[in-house]
Design a protein around this ligand. Structure first.
Ligand code: KG4
Length: 338
């Protein structure tokens, strides 16, 4: 019997709804919030207000684009956390209301599991998905983790950042350069024109598979501060080289630990996920490493790297099969608990 899941995502500043049937994508609607651009970062109160405006039209549109009616849905999967509490409340409350109205099960999803399982979104029934176990480098604005994925419900965190996430390193350094938020995609574009060896920034020396990006951020800031004393136009004249050198350093840091974990575990299937996995340099580095070491690499389509409900629906699909239903009284959580 086929299983049709409606996924709802509202953890930060994207309101998204998607329909999947047996993990095959039928629709994935995303309403991004432009309102934050003027503030240089996401403003939580504005985000939850925008989710309230967007949630009904976004869910209706996802059902319409799938060519279904609400009565065709078997279960509702929603992001329960982690994320901004006000934003999560909107998706959580809407999902609960709709599941009560339709009298269908409700399934709660950990947003991070969504990113890790995004590779199971099938664009056609023939889409090839990873075999278990696989190693996933999860890199976003809030997380940098190396995860051993044993099954959809069994994930082991081998390493994670002890301070900033990779996305924060991109965004904060971009901010120091005077670039708008989020700076990650802009650094990526600028880096394509620059020399990655023009500048050297410090890299962390920490044990195991953990990451740290705060030292790099400080080293980047001090380089700019010192150079600007000598030449006030330093940033403008070296934008592309700064971006390329910063991107190269972040990729080196990410790949050093990820490749160590790959070697130590001997796992032959690797994957990346999260907003920073949209980065051209990261994608190229992982692909190149996989090619040289005869590994199978799963690189998500860019639409599935940022927050989207398709990945929530897929993660929810597996929880639904395991009968991991969510109680109607379950609150959203800002930090991870499932
Ligand atoms: O996964 P995501 O949408 O949000 C979180 O759940 O955190 O990731 C957002 C992060 C931001 O830091 C953004 O700058 C970064 O992903 N990002 C990129 C690129 N596209 C998005 N960083 C570097 N290169 C990109 N192309």
């Amino acid at each position: 019997m086929s299983v049709t899941i409606l996924g709802i995502e509202s953890s930060c500043d994207d309101t998204s709804a998607a329909i999947i049937r047996d993990c095959v994508l039928m629709s994935n609607v995303i309403a991004s919030q432009k309102v934050h651009e003027a503030y240089g970062g996401v403003v939580p109160e504005l985000a939850s207000r925008a989710h309230q405006q967007n949630i009904v039209p976004v869910v209706s549109e996802a059902i319409r684009q799938a060519g279904l009616t609400k009565d065709d849905i078997d279960a509702i999967a929603f992001t329960r956390g982690p994320g901004l509490p006000g934003s999560l409340h909107v998706g959580t409350s809407f999902a609960k209301g709709l599941s009560l109205a339709l009298n269908i099960p409700l399934v709660d999803v950990n947003h991070l599991h969504g990113h890790v399982l995004a590779h199971f979104i099938k664009e056609t029934p023939e889409t090839v998905v990873p075999e278990f176990p696989y190693l996933c480098l999860l890199i976003s604005g809030g997380n940098s983790q190396i995860i051993k994925v044993n099954s959809p419900s069994d994930m082991e965190i081998l390493g994670q950042t002890i301070d900033d996430a990779a996305g924060e390193a991109f965004d904060k350094c971009a901010k120091v350069m005077g670039l708008p938020y989020p700076g990650g995609p802009i650094i990526d574009r600028l880096a394509a024109e620059g020399n990655p060896d023009a500048f050297k920034f410090s890299k962390p020396r920490i044990q195991g598979y953990n990451y740290s990006f705060s030292g790099l951020k400080t080293s980047f800031l001090y380089t700019l501060r010192d150079e600007l004393k000598v030449n006030p136009n330093f940033i403008e004249e070296n934008k592309a080289d700064l971006a390329a050198s910063l991107q190269k350093t972040i990729i080196d840091i990410l790949m050093t630990k990820f490749t160590k974990a790959i070697k130590d575990t001997g796992i032959k299937t690797i994957a990346i996920g999260g907003g920073v996995s949209a980065n051209s340099g990261v994608r190229a580095a992982v692909e190149e490493y996989a090619r040289r070491h005869h590994l199978t690499a799963f690189i998500p389509k860019r639409t599935f790297t940022t927050d989207n409900a398709a990945m929530i629906a897929v993660a929810g699909h597996y929880r639904f099969l395991d009968k991991q239903y969510c109680d109607i009284t379950a609150p959203p959580f800002a930090r991870v608990i499932i």
